[in-house]
Design a protein around this ligand. Structure first.
Ligand code: G3P
Ligand code: MG
Length: 335
């Protein structure tokens, strides 16, 4: 009934939507109730939308296909912005990169155009004494399956470390990242002779989410927790100097600018305040939308729980139960 009412009414101006994925559309790989109805409604009205997630780890077209199947709504590759999607713009800057995340990030990085991509598992395969506490070093079959034998890996001068997605091997990855940040000019098996807040080569994290929602009743650690440990160890090894790092993903402008570009490719010019970010995390989705001039809408199906304190920057324009209610309310307010 409600669906029909919104299907036929006119909007007073052009609006667009950006949906977070984890905690808004999906919990891990399971659809959140009514998420498909929310997207179907927009499809039927030809209202432009994108998915803007701090997640990733696989190619955009694979993830778009996967979500399309899960939700029964067509999502085009051009409608999906993952936190590492803007890494594409770094391709001309860095030739030799260390890619961190599940082994699938090798393919993502190569597909973006990075010339020489080394995954942390390749370093463990080269010499597993480098990572005494890696979860991979004792799983020979898995290691052989996901890693590559790279000749002269010790001669590679890494240009940057890119954390595409959450580490699947904290013990190994923390050791390797720390070694390279403190190396002589980005080479493994070396150690620089000075302390500095500037690492030997630049490091890029693709998000800073301390917590995210996967459907378990308590929020889980995200990439921000991993980053916290990397930074603490760097500080200890560098006489208290803070690591100078780079962070992408929500809530930073890089992600909202990229998202706006994608929406405008679909629908032409849209004013910032007419883009509605529907998110579950006040510390990424909501503060990011507020600071970038977008409208914000917080759902109760993910990270945020009633009673959590929200200061002005984190306060959404709307607070609703789920994504369908978000879409329904925004449409109602704009007709
Ligand atoms: O790793 C995923 C997570 O940190 C957040 O994803 O879709 O809630 O932005 P999303
Ligand atoms: Mg989320």
């Amino acid at each position: 009934m409600i669906f029909k009412r919104f299907l036929h009414s006119n909007l007073t101006r052009k609006i667009g939507f950006a949906f977070d994925i984890d905690g808004v559309l999906l919990h891990s790989n399971s659809p959140i109730p009514r998420a498909n109805d929310a997207l179907k409604l927009l499809h039927a009205r030809s209202i432009p939308f994108i998915l803007l997630t701090n997640g990733g780890g696989t190619l955009e077209h694979e993830r778009a296909e996967f979500i399309s199947k899960k939700l029964g709504v067509e999502i085009k590759t051009s409608q999906l912005v993952q936190s590492h999607t803007p890494f594409k713009k770094l391709v001309p800057t860095f030739e030799n990169i260390l890619a961190i995340g599940p082994h699938t990030v090798r393919q993502v990085a190569e597909n973006y155009g990075f010339k020489n991509v080394i995954h942390s598992s390749d370093i463990i395969r080269y010499n597993n004494i480098i990572t005494p506490f890696s979860g991979l070093r004792n799983q020979n079959d898995e290691l052989m399956k996901i890693s590559k034998n790279i000749k002269n890996i010790h001669e590679t001068k890494f240009d940057s470390i890119l954390i595409f997605n959450d580490s699947r091997d904290w013990g190994g990855d923390i050791q390797i990242i720390s070694d390279i940040l403190n190396s002589d000019n980005g080479r493994i098996n070396t150690k620089r002779s000075y302390k500095s807040e500037v690492p030997s080569i630049p490091i890029y994290f693709s998000n800073k989410d301390l917590l995210y929602s996967n459907g378990y009743n308590i929020n889980r650690f995200g990439q921000g927790a991993f980053r916290y440990i990397v930074r603490e160890l760097y500080r200890k090894l560098n006489d208290g100097k803070e690591l100078q790092d780079n962070i992408y993903g929500k809530p930073f402008p890089v992600m909202y600018n990229f998202g706006k570009e994608c929406l405008e490719k679909q629908a032409g010019k849209i004013n910032e305040k007419d883009i509605y970010m529907i998110g579950d995390n006040p510390n990424s989705d909501i503060i990011g939308a507020n600071k970038n001039g977008w409208s914000s809408c917080l759902v109760r199906s993910g990270v945020y729980q009633d009673g959590d304190k929200l200061d002005d920057d984190h306060t959404p324009g709307l607070l609703v139960n789920d994504v369908y209610e978000a879409v329904e309310t925004v449409l109602k307010n704009n007709q």
